[in-house]
Write a protein that binds this ligand. Sequence first.
Ligand code: BGC
Length: 756
Amino acid sequence: MRTYISFLTLFLSVFSFSFAQTTSDIPEVQALLDKMTIDEKIGQLNLVTPGGGVATGSVVSSNVEAKIKAGNVGGLFGIAGPEEIKEAQDLAVNQTRLKIPLLFGSDIIHGYKTTFPIPLGMSASWDMELIKHSAEVAALEATADGINWNFSPMVDIARDPRWGRIAEGAGEDPFLGSAIAKAMVTGYQGTDLTDPKTMIATVKHFALYGAAEAGRDYNTTDMSRINMFNEYLPPYKAAIDAGVGSVMSSFNDVDGIPASGNKWLLTDLLRDQWGFKGLVVSDYTSVNEMSAHGLGDLQAVSALALNAGLDMDMVGEGFLTTLKKSLDEGKVTEDDITQAALRVLEAKYKLGLFEDPYKYIDKKRAKTDILTQESRGFARKLAAHSFVLLKNDQKILPLKKNAKIALVGPLADNKNNMLGTWAPTGDPQLSIPVLEGFKNVAPDAQITYAKGSNITNDSVFAEKLNVFGMRAEIDSRSSQELIDEAVANAKNADVVVAVIGEATEMTGEASSRSNITIPEPQLKLIEALLETGKPVAVVLMSGRPLAIEDLNALPVDILQVWHPGIEAGNAIADVVFGNYNPSGKLTATWPRNVGQVPIYYAQKNTGRPEGAEWSKFKSNYLDVANSPLFAFGHGLSYTTFEYSDLKVNKASITMGESIDISVTVKNTGEYDGEEVVQLYVHDVVRSIAPPMRELKGFKKVMLKKGESKSIKITLSSKNLKFYNSTLDFLAEAGIFEAFMGGSSNVSEKVEFELKK
Ligand code: BGC
C-alpha cells in the first residue's frame, strides 16, 4: 500500500511538473530558453546600474562590464546616449554565448531632456491629450538616446502631502489617476512597441506606496482591502488594462509582507486576477531591503521574491548571488527561474531587440529628435495648462505688458529649481527662469529684479536640499539687506510679482516634510512687500500641496505653478501677462494645516458629521475646521463661470444602461477661458459606507467671453460599481446624487435611481 502511495505521489509530482512547465508562446523566445543554462537564465534577471546618473540607493553596481560579458546582466539603467549604449550592447551581443541583447531602462518621469512640469502639475491640467502627448515626446527623445524601457508612470494615490513623492503622481483620486495612467502608458508605448520611437512603460510602485504612514518615505502601509480595492488599486489596474509592459514592486509592505516578496500582490492579484503577462521588476535594492524589514537573509528574501512572482532584481544582486544555491536546496524551482527569464526575454522580443539589438541606437536621431523647438513649445503649453489660480480676489492678474514690475523672490531668477524633482535627464541650465520669461513675453515692461530672501535661512536644511546640486543657496547678504532691496524696487513699481515656494528637492524621493508651510524668510518678504501698499501677486512653486493659511490670509493673489519644467519662465509669463488664461484644477487637496492630514475630498461621512458650527460630540477639531483650504478640483480663472440647469435625461436606469447628466456653463467674465467641468456622484445608501462624493467624469471646455454651452457627461452604470465587504465588484440598486460643477465643493445636485 505504502509503495502504491509513494508511486502515486511520484507520478503526480512528475505529471504536475511537466504540466506546470513554463513555455513561451513566442517561438524565438522558447528556442532561446531551450538553449539556456540555469546561470544564463539567472543572469537575465539581473538589472544593474553603473551609477553616474542619480542613484537612489546607497549602492551602485560594480564590475558592470565583466558582468555583462559573463552573461550576468539582463538590463542596464542609468546610462544614455548612442555611444555609451552601443558599447554596452556590443558586450552583450558580441561577447556572450547566446548574444542576448540588453534592455536599457531609465526614469523618465516628466520628460527626457525636454522637461515637462512635475506629474502632479501635469495632472492639474486635467487634459488627457496633453498628458498623453507628454509621454509620446518623452518616448521620442529617450529612444533617440538609446533607452527602451521607462520606469514611469508612477500612479501611487497620495492623500498625504507630507510625502515628498506626491510630486511624481497624479494626486489623490482613483478615477482621474486611472485616466492619467492610461494616457501615459499609451503615450509611452504607442500602438506598436517595435516602433523605435516607443518604449516599454512601467507602472509603479506596486502597490500602495503613496500610503506610507505619516507621509514618511518608505514607511509601512496598512489598509483595509476595501480601501485598497476602491481607492488605491484602480490606477495600477488601469495601466495593466492599457497594456503596460512592466510593473515595479514598491518598497513598502502590504499586509506585513514587503511588496517585492508579496505573492498575493505579485501573483494572485496581478497575474491571476488581473491577467498581467509582462515583466515585474523590483525597486532599487528592494529585494535586499526585505532583510532590513525582518524577512530573513539575502538568500531567503531573494527566494521569497522569486516565489512571489518578481522577475528582475534591481541593483541588489540577490538573485544573481543566491538563486542557484536556493535551487540546489529546493527553495526555488528551475521552472520559477525559467518563468522569470521568459518574461525578461519576452519584453526584449516585444521591443524587436532580437531582430535588431541596435534599433534604438541612431546618432542621427539623437541630434534631430531631442530638445526640438516643437517639443519645447509643447512643454511651454503644457506648463501653462498645469497652473492653478488659487486665489484672485485682488484681481491683480493678468498684468499689462507695459507695466512697471518689481519681480522678486528666491525663485524669480533661478534655473536650478525649475525642473522639479526626478528630472536627472534634464539640464537645469537649459531652463528658462521667470525673469527671462517676463522679458521674452513683455519686452515693453519695465522690470526690476531682487532676490528678496533665501528659500530657507536654515543651513542644515539647505544642505539636505543640495545633494544633487545647488538648489537652496544662502546669500552672503543678511535677510534685512535682501528685503530692503526688494522693498525699494517695489516702491518704484506699479505691481509686485513674488516668486516663492519650495526648492526642487523639498519634494521627491526621501524628501518628506513634517511641516509643509512656506519657509519663514519668504513669508516675511511678502509681508514687507505688502507694507509698501503695492499690489502683490504671488507665483507659488511647490511639488506638493502646501499649508498656506497665513499667506492666503494676506491681500495677495496666488498662482500655483508647481515646478514647471524647462520652459518655466515663458509659461509663467504667458499666464501672468494673459496670453493664456489659467485653467488648472487641483488634483490633491490643500489642507489648512498639517494636522488635518491625511485629507482628501472623497471622505466618508462619520456617524457624527460636523455641523456648520463647532459642537461637542461631533467629528470636528477644536482648533481648525474640517474643510480644506483649497478643495480637490479647485482652480480659478481670469474669467468667471456660472453653472445652471443641472439635469439628467432620465429618472432611472437599470444595470448596463447609461445616463446623461448635463449642466449649462456660462462664461460670465471678461476673458475667454477654459473650465474643467467635473461630475461627482454620491451613492446614498449602500452596503458599505460610501464616500460623500466621488469623481465619475470630467470635461475640459473652452468658452468665449459671454458664451454658454450645455455640457453633457454620460455616466455608465458600470461606473457605479465598487468593491463590497466580500470584495465583489458590483453596483447596488438605489438612489444616487450627481453633482456637476467647477470643483469638488459644488453643491448643486440632481438625483437618479439605479434599478435592479
Ligand atoms: C525609485 C524608483 C526608481 C528607481 C530607479 C528608486 O529609488 O523608487 O521610482 O524607478 O529608484 O531609479
